[in-house]
Design a protein around this ligand. Sequence first.
Ligand SMILES: C[S@@+](CC[C@H](N)C(=O)[O-])C[C@H]1O[C@@H](n2cnc3c(N)ncnc32)[C@H](O)[C@@H]1O
Length: 284
Amino acid sequence: MSFKLTTKQKALVFGVPVGVLLVSMVAYGVWGNAALLVPPVGIGAFLAYLIVETRHYNLGLFVRQTTESRDHYRQVEAILGLTWAIDPSVPLPPSRGWAASPDLLREVYRNVLEEPPTLVVEASSGTSTLVIAYALHRLGKGHVIALEHDASYAERTRNHVIRHGLEGWATVVHAPLVMQQVDGKQMQWYDIRGVEFPAPIDLLVVDGPPDTVQPMARYPAVPLLRSRFGQSTRVILDDGSREDERRTAERWAEHFHGTKEFLQLEKGAWLLRFGSGRSPEVKP
Ligand SMILES: C[S@@+](CC[C@H](N)C(=O)[O-])C[C@H]1O[C@@H](n2cnc3c(N)ncnc32)[C@H](O)[C@@H]1O
């Protein structure tokens, strides 16, 4: 194993002793023999500082690694449980990262089974579309329409749907983002002009568009789909720990008279419930 010092390390190895020597010489000139105490006291203080700093660093590292392995374990546990429950014909595409995390997918799956919807709409598409379709397949009723702004990603999700034999339960619609009037402002959202919604929406899952599109990127979902909600509609908003999504959930609940609950998941999520009745006029 070669042990090479960087330029900075070399400067420290040679510079520190030279510095100590210079300080000692100056101290000797000023205080005489008493200055002999300066180097051992200085080096002792420096070593004590190093010991404290290393212990602190190791403790931080230990806490971080423990938290990370606990979080990884939770996600592994969630994907194993989910995969076991849905028993897919071929492996599911990746979760986490750009896709929804396993704990959210498990939550969505459970939500669909516990309150069977007739129509689920998704803002975005991907692994979540398959999980919802598997839940509907298990129930033997319902359909999910996934709105996807990216044509190639829509094609990719469509292929997954076919590979899993879920064509009867899920439709992926390529709906490009277009400027629309939302609460008196111009915002980008999926173009749903050509989309047919065969029934009122019972469950809306919002995991798009990406936050890079605009501030409060996902806010338009409820104002633009509220008129299509059923008697009782749930909305699941992913990435709930982000400030934009927290504000989005707050505004939805306030402007459209819903209740909201924070779900303690890897990325955080919001579960909102809206009752029947027309939405109030929202001031710009
Ligand atoms: C957060 S992702 C939605 C993921 C989806 N709910 C799932 O579980 O797979 C939002 C959008 O990001 C886009 N997207 C997905 N994966 C991507 C990637 N690897 N790079 C860039 N964009 C991606 C897609 O257009 C998708 O609709």
